[in-house]
Design a protein around this ligand. Sequence first.
Ligand code: ASP
Length: 603
Amino acid sequence: MYRTHTCGELTINNKDQIVTLAGWVQTVRKFGAITFVDLRDRYGITQLLFGENLNKQLDEQPLGREFVLQATGVVNERSNKNKNILTGEIEINVTEFKILNKSAVPPFTIQNNTDGGDDLRMKYRYLDLRRNIIKQNLQLRYAVNRSARNYLHEQGFMDIETPFLIKSTPEGARDFVVPSRMNAGEFYALPQSPQTFKQLLMVSGYDRYYQIVKCFRDEDLRADRQPEFTQIDCEMAFVEQEDILQMFEGLIKRIFKDVKGIDYSESVERMSWEDAMWNYGNDKPDIRFEMKISNLKVQNQNYFEPFAETEFGVFKNAETIVAICVPNAAEYSRKQTDELIEWVKRPQIGMAGLAFVKLNNDGTIKSSFDKFFNEGQLKELASFCNAKTNDLILILAGREERTRKAMSELRLEMAKRLGLRKDDEYKLLWVLDFPLFEYDEEFNRWVARHHPFTSPKPQDIETMINNNPVIEVAEKYLDHPYSKIKANAYDIVLNGNEIGGGSVRIYQRELQEKMFAALGMSKEEAQHKFGFLLGAFEYGAPPHGGIAFGFDRLCAILGGSESIRDFIAFPKNNSGRDVMLDAPSTIDEKQLEELNINITKRN
Ligand code: ASP
């Protein structure tokens, strides 16, 4: 037997017991004739005391960091207690020890505050995973996983595996492809999600399906994206949107309870996509705080009349002008407002400037465009924006899309500066009624905003069927009836992050064919790509719908982190590489030959 206990469980209640522990040497501290060693395993750290009697053996077999050590001894009360850890009141007075394996000097310290940089830690991820902080993240991930499984199982969902070697599923990214040796010149695609399979399972009668499953999307990576990531993927038959919303807000509430001990008893707020864009400039607003956007001018339509006659060029020529009121910020100094101006000019935000109005405590009102507006007009503006004394009104002007997006970023930034985005506060939101289509100006065609299996709102089906999708002048796409069609689609948002999204699906062949046609697919192409699904819809497909949650993201938010990578055991870096494995990499000539592949190097 290698051990009687773990390094995380012995307390004063075990005093005088003879125990054997096994683990990794965290630190070795020599004090004259005695040596203290902190021994670590997955469960914790226990202090070992090596007395004089073991000096000689220690000299012959010196211990180093990360050596694997087995030690037997007596549990003693410690004189110098550490109240912060469970084992902090005891130590093991070692009588016998054995080095089970040596370790090279690790390239960074295995501590929460490690001296290792990102790249180094990724290269030696197996060492990084020994750090407590990462271990806690993986434990949290497992807790979320268990909680979700328990809930879904109790609700009658069945975990059914679906294949990884498939044909393309369109979720809006590129596919990863796998060449087939047995079918020369042909390729499988890795699933961007199990979307079509879960729908087929509904046709097969498995009316409540789930899977915690890997999805693969070949996209340009941002800090919080991974080419392979995990979803809690779910589908239900004989349901309407309302049933799905209820079921899955239940899931998240259960996870809150099991993992964080939070009772989220209020019902989840709901907002239409249009309201989200109008009031927050964003389809995933953080509603832990207000600071709604005031729309002064939108797409050249003036909502705040005085701006219609202004001589101030910035406002006069802008397509859209929006504002927010930042509470208690009227005292911002010149330096602070200058700094905000620089902030909005950063390339990521991309605005030309920022105008502001200060509602000072003494009742006066000052703006950065005083030359063009008298006090009365400024007061009118303040009242239009519902500003209060001591508010700082921030105003952005420019092209509609960019300005709205910039304002949504500025809103979040100001909330962060004011401490309104609290890590320990959780606020869920359903965003509903998304547009069914988006216009792709590059390819001059409509694309599905969610995916092509999402159903239009019943009242919009006629519009979809009766209108030709083709647009002569690309810029005029907003005038096309398709831009008004709404989908039975929903996202669930947590603290400004989209943590899940789904839709009620199309389940009739004709409507699905119409949808493919609307997306510019010929009948032949639709048959070639999705013949299996269209075929299945002819054999009694039930009404159905579902959702998928971004499991890694959900874990990161619950763990209070920005990065999903910290919650994945073996993640890829920002260029999609696994630096530990050194993948992707070239393969042997022989393998290429078997696969019938010739590599043509492109420069
Ligand atoms: N398959 C969708 C996605 O990955 C989710 C869903 O519609 O259920 O976003």
